[in-house]
Design a protein around this ligand. Structure first.
Ligand code: NAD
Ligand code: UGA
Length: 464
């Protein structure tokens, strides 16, 4: 089966970059990425390709090459569904904020709406692909909705979870460790659908890196991969606290441990805590699923990863307060970095939000600088927590467009995102402009401590 038209529902961090790369690699397939968010689609269509809504190194060049040729962005969801042979569902699956499973389960309302829309619109057979991260067995619910329309349309449902990380999305999509495709491989039609998707990826990815499994294994592998990655960060963060009280250095520990080929060096960088839209949400989802099946020990095991991460964010903020003589009320604290990691403008679940919220509870004055995050986003992130009023946030928090301005006359500076440019700052000049003693808290182990102490900073870094 040769695919000619693809529709992707959801023009977000996954849908946008993923489809841009498929469009670049498969110029003979027409791809329409649709979204109900008109502003987002307008931004994807912006004449100046630098204004696309997602910042990822290398992405704008790919969009420039494919957009208008075989890559289109539209709000006309029905038309794109109607035309497509293959439909990717790449909508958000946030943690539920209401009802059963509140605060734990994945909210599948957007997924279900997509399924119902496809069921309503489709007139010929379609391959429907779960690109979003979903609880294991979601495909059964999708199938139920799609198969009960009575209009004779036949669907094949595949699971094709995405493993890209933000900040390296384009590289991850061009050279993935693996692509995972789950389908109904025991039936001829199911295998045919799997093959159709394999053929697309095989355009640029070696066959041996394209794994096919049954649907449930594919769905669960995605949650498992994120849980394992987050668990490594929480594990090294747990050791970072032990390092601080024993005189060990977590950088040296992770280097020594990571040299063991059975452990490996990646994801052992101690930090102020992991953020991002997925680690927490996916682990909570895993915990919820485990509890649903009565597997309480399994649930407790994974929940500890989140408990450790919350602890890490809180203890970093506490360290600032304690070090500043147990009060930060009315003191100016500069936050360098708001994104949840470098090279992205995404701030979802960023540690910076929680550290700032904690400092606001202590009545600190906050000045934020991030090279890719704007003022309104910072305010929206803090408002979303609901712990401080909009007025209070706008009174106590300033967002500036330069690190030098943000740190001027500050009592303390906290580095919360590992942007490269923070290493290049003129730290002597920053020191000179700050109140003394000048405190520097490095939540990313980004800066070289010795030279900062030599300048005169009271320098504190996670895990040392
Ligand atoms: P996102 O919020 O950036 O994008 C989702 C988009 O879907 C939004 O623009 C929203 O308007 C749109 N949408 C929602 N319902 C819709 C509907 N009914 N019709 C049309 N559009 C609709 O989310 P994201 O970060 O791209 O994540 C999407 C999924 O991919 C999630 O399940 C996430 O867990 C998973 N994932 C994300 C990443 C990542 O790095 N962000 C990586 C791997 C997997
Ligand atoms: C993560 C996974 O790495 C992707 O494979 C997955 O597709 C994605 O989640 C998803 O499902 O959304 P992402 O969250 O974009 O990707 O970024 P990561 O590089 O995994 O970083 C997550 C958080 O952990 C960041 O806050 C990062 O700073 C932190 N981190 C990561 C550490 O603190 N230490 C490390 O050693 C690694």
């Amino acid at each position: 089966m040769k695919i000619k038209n693809i529709c992707c529902i959801g023009a977000g961090y996954v849908g946008g970059p993923t489809m841009a790369v498929i469009a670049q690699k498969c110029p003979d397939i027409d791809i329409t990425v649709v979204d109900i968010n008109e502003n987002r689609i307008a931004a994807w269509n912006d004449e100046d390709v630098e204004n696309i809504p997602i910042y990822e190194p290398g992405l704008s060049d790919i969009v420039k090459e494919a957009r208008g040729r075989n890559l289109f962005f539209s709000t006309d969801v029905d038309a794109a569904i109607d035309k497509a042979d293959m439909i990717f569902i790449s909508v958000n699956t946030p943690t539920k904020t209401y009802g059963i499973g509140k605060g734990m389960a994945a909210d599948l309302k957007y997924i279900e709406l997509c399924a119902r829309q496809i069921a309503r619109v489709a007139k010929d057979d379609k391959i429907v692909i779960e690109k979003s991260t979903l609880p294991v067995r979601t495909a059964a619910a999708l199938k139920n909705i799609l198969d009960n329309t009575g209009n004779g349309v036949k669907y094949q449902i595949l699971s094709n979870p995405e493993f890209l990380a933000e900040g390296t999305a384009v590289q991850d999509l061009l050279n993935p460790d693996r692509v995972l495709i789950g389908g109904d491989i025991d039936t001829e039609k199911g295998q045919e659908a799997v093959n159709a998707l394999v053929d697309i990826y095989a355009t640029w990815i070696p066959q041996e890196n394209i794994l096919t499994t049954n649907v449930w294994s594919s769905e669960l592998s995605k949650l498992t991969a994120n849980a394992f990655l987050a668990q490594r960060v929480s594990s090294i963060n747990a050791m970072s606290e032990l390092c601080e009280v024993t005189g060990a250095d977590v950088g040296e520990v992770s280097r020594a441990v990571g040299k063991d080929s059975r452990i490996g060096p990646k994801f052992l960088q101690a930090s102020v805590g992991f953020g991002g839209s997925c680690f927490q949400k996916d682990i909570l989802n895993l915990v919820y699923i485990s509890k649903t099946f009565g597997l309480n020990e399994v649930a407790d095991y994974w929940e500890q990863v989140i408990i450790m991460n919350d602890h890490q964010k809180r203890r970093f903020a506490e360290k600032i307060v304690k070090t500043l003589y147990n009060t930060v009320a009315g003191k100016k604290i500069a936050i360098l970095g708001w994104a949840f990691k470098k090279d992205t403008n995404d701030t979802r679940e960023s540690a910076a939000i929680y550290v700032t919220d904690y400092l606001l509870n202590e009545q600190a004055d906050i000045v934020v600088y991030d090279p890719k995050v704007n003022k309104e986003q910072v305010f929206a992130d803090l408002e979303y927590l609901g712990t401080h009023s909009s007025e209070e946030i706008r009174e106590r928090v300033q967002v500036l467009t330069s690190a030098m301005d943000a740190t001027r006359e500050a009592h303390a500076v906290a580095v919360l995102t590992e942007w490269d440019e923070f290493q290049e700052l003129n730290w002597q000049k920053i020191y000179d402009s700050m109140l003394k003693p000048a405190f520097l808290f490095d939540g990313r182990r980004l800066l070289e401590g010795k030279s900062k102490r030599k300048i005169g900073f009271e320098y504190y870094s996670i895990g040392s």
